[in-house]
Design a protein around this ligand. Structure first.
Ligand code: SF4
Length: 66
């Protein structure tokens, strides 16, 4: 399953990084990168928590709008 970030919405606050640092990271310029676009099942609970916690609702998971 693929995780996608809508960069038009994302403001790189890094909330997602605090929930799933294996998947989301901020680079040296504080821009968000998805390190693991297709995380394994063991990471999905954290990814789903990150998506729910994202203040911009910028994290798109399978079944979300395109
Ligand atoms: S929590 Fe949402 S807005 Fe903040 S960096 Fe992550 S994807 Fe972007």
């Amino acid at each position: 399953m693929r995780v996608t970030v809508d960069y038009d919405l994302c403001d790189s606050t890094g909330v997602c990084n605090s929930f799933a640092p294996e998947v989301f990271e901020l680079d040296d310029e504080d821009l968000l990168h998805v390190r693991v676009p297709e995380p394994g099942a063991e990471l999905w609970p954290a990814v789903e928590e990150a998506a729910r916690a994202c203040p911009k609702l910028a994290i798109l998971l399978p079944g979300d709008r395109p």
